[in-house]
Design a protein around this ligand. Sequence first.
Ligand SMILES: CC(C)(COP(=O)(O)OP(=O)(O)OC[C@H]1O[C@@H](n2cnc3c(N)ncnc32)[C@H](O)[C@@H]1OP(=O)(O)O)[C@@H](O)C(=O)NCCC(=O)NCCSC(=O)Cc1ccccc1
Length: 325
Amino acid sequence: MVNTPTAAPPRPYDPEAAFENTIARDQRIEPRDWMPDAYRATLVRQIAQHAHSEIIGMQPEGEWITRAPSLRRKAILFAKVQDEAGHGLYLYSAAETLGADRTELTERLIDGGQKYSSIFNYPTRTFADVGVIGWFVDGAAICNQVPLCRTSYGPYGRAMVRVCKEESFHQRQGYELLLTMMRGTDEQRAMVQDAVDRWWWPSLMMFGPPDDDSPNSARSMAWRIKRHSNDQLRQRFVDMTVPQAEKLGVTLPDPDLRWNDGRGHHDFSAPDWEELKRVVSGDGPCNAERIARRRAAHEEGAWVRRAAAAHADKRKARLREGAAA
Ligand SMILES: CC(C)(COP(=O)(O)OP(=O)(O)OC[C@H]1O[C@@H](n2cnc3c(N)ncnc32)[C@H](O)[C@@H]1OP(=O)(O)O)[C@@H](O)C(=O)NCCC(=O)NCCSC(=O)Cc1ccccc1
């Protein structure tokens, strides 16, 4: 008699185990995959905040489009601000793949129910601010977003690939603008230093609260949504920026900023975390102005959304008629 091996009975499909395995293998979760509710909610929160930041982030630099000092600078700035709009739209699309509704997200932003990056609540006082935003703010965005290209949620990671390419161009245009100003007059050099002094600390705050005060980090890192902690990315930004500041000829406004041979990194002072809390909770220099402008744009755009929906309905009806004929 021949012994035939008996096949093990098929194990019932366990979606939670499949999710955990996908994360453990460092593979991507896709929109139709099962995912825990809290994973979905965390992603909607982060992606929506990120999208809102890109859209609100058009305002500080956008104010300088009509006042750019040359046609070349105007064209570059126009393109950059348009890119930010595009980033916001990719990100809202990524949030929609999780079941979020774009209009609802915008309404939550306007009502103060969702956040956007603290950095966009500071005023742009001179054209040097446009250069420093490109250098610091896009530089910080790159440090934060390059690792997000490998985030565990597929649509978010793929959106980040293109966004990061465009942010790199933005950073270079900012730095090139500042190099040009530094080769100019004493007044221009003073404008650059003044902008550096005003934007340095808010830029460090972009990375979020320190790790021991970051309620979302542990879970987001376990799920590989975030790949590095807030403090790790802040350190990376400081290490990247110090030699660029030396080359440019500006001083970063931190007397304790110095290279630490033992750590192989720069030591630097902590930003004012109370200021971050105030700005995030709505009490920054420009919060009210930014939201009022966003609300007005949303209301003034209502007829465009209605017209686009009516056009889409007509097209659908025509296609149906064509199919029926
Ligand atoms: C790192 C962090 C921002 C925060 O880490 P998490 O693990 O999520 O949170 P954590 O527990 O550490 O914090 C507790 C609470 O505090 C909130 N909060 C923290 N920091 C800030 C802040 N600075 N501002 C406001 N809120 C902040 C945080 O959301 C959380 O809120 P909750 O109440 O729980 O909802 C993360 O969400 C991330 O990487 N996001 C994606 C990147 C992204 O959104 N980039 C935007 C810039 S895009 C750009 O610049 C491009 C551009 C350039 C030039 C011109 C125009 C455009």
